[in-house]
Design a protein around this ligand. Sequence first.
Ligand code: PLP
Length: 414
Amino acid sequence: MMEKTAVLEQFDVYGIRKDFPILTRTVNGKPLVYLDNGATTQKPLQVIDAIRHYYTELNSNVHRGVHHLSQLATDAFEVTRHQLKGFINAAHDHEIIITKGTTDSINLVASSFGSAFVKTGDEIIISAMEHHSNIVPWQLLCEDRGAVLRVVPINAAGELDMDAYRALLTDRTKLVAITYVSNSLGTVNPVREIIEAAHANGTPVLLDAAQAIQHIAIDVQALDVDFLAFSGHKMYGPTGVGVLYGKEKWLDAMPPYQGGGEMIKEVTFEKTTYNELPFKFEAGTPNIEAGISLAAAIGYIQDIGMDRIAAYEHGLLEYATARLLEIPGIRLIGTAANKSSVLSFLVDGAHPYDVGVILDKLGVAVRTGHHCTQPLMDWYGIPGTVRASIAMYNTREDIDTLAAGVQKAASMLV
Ligand code: PLP
């Protein structure tokens, strides 16, 4: 316990908070307590300044102009790609496809990998805790191809049933697509084991890292993962940009996802040849300011250090769990042994929405509802939860305000 308290105290959270201007504002006359980081994180000045710098100094289209500004913008955009490669330890820059976000990245794989490799009767494995973004694209693919979606079940704590997973892997399995961290439960899935078992079956794996990339150091080569999808806006970066990492051998074998400018080598009315990686998958003008300023978000995380962030957030999650469990009538949804940054809960006798409204009046931002995981909520037999999700700038005081607010909501509603 001493050690954990020391981690919380050594981390300069108050210094970090100074970089996030929005955290000083009030909501409903109360200081903002922002605990909806799973939905999107706030942005540090470094990112905000990078966006401003782009529009005041660089604004120009990328990868096509010979003029000075276009060169500068292109270089800055490619710096982000290179930084992303280092951040997740990809083997090559061209394995980093810049997309609109996690949803876009997963749709890209479902469409492109699906059209090349999935036939009638084939199977795709997902899990019971997936976000709709990692369910619906596979359902669309299965409908289109006559393929079958298989779902790995979970236990009451919100952990994957790994025996059931292994039993689902057969010669019909064409892809495993599973979340690294559950956005509704906080469960950190055993991704190494998942990947090893799939590879032993000759099956590639896509990890939805939307809720992992900002909390856990990820090394795609060490994991040997085939595809990794994540969003800039959940890792202190801008909205409208994200990443699909793919192993070169898969990306090379996959057809283009969308047609348009940038992704072509040569176009005639008879035949078009496609650009090389990564541009084959980047049709049209990208979100340039977001792509460029994402580098500032990555730099921000790297300067603090992912391992230090993870240790701090873990201590805060334990503190928050203990504080909430002091409140009579609280039921935690998601009690896996290995969790990250998410606290989903119900107050006995109160609807999650009503708890959320009372918390909002107190300046506390949480998310309520099904969190885009309706099948998971159905499995628990609940309409939704209240979800507090932690980021590196949250403090014990934030958690104390949350706990006091939940206590107040319970006394008003129950
Ligand atoms: N996957 C998970 C686990 C998520 O939590 C989210 C967003 O909350 C997504 C996918 C979709 O991310 P985006 O909306 O940024 O594409």
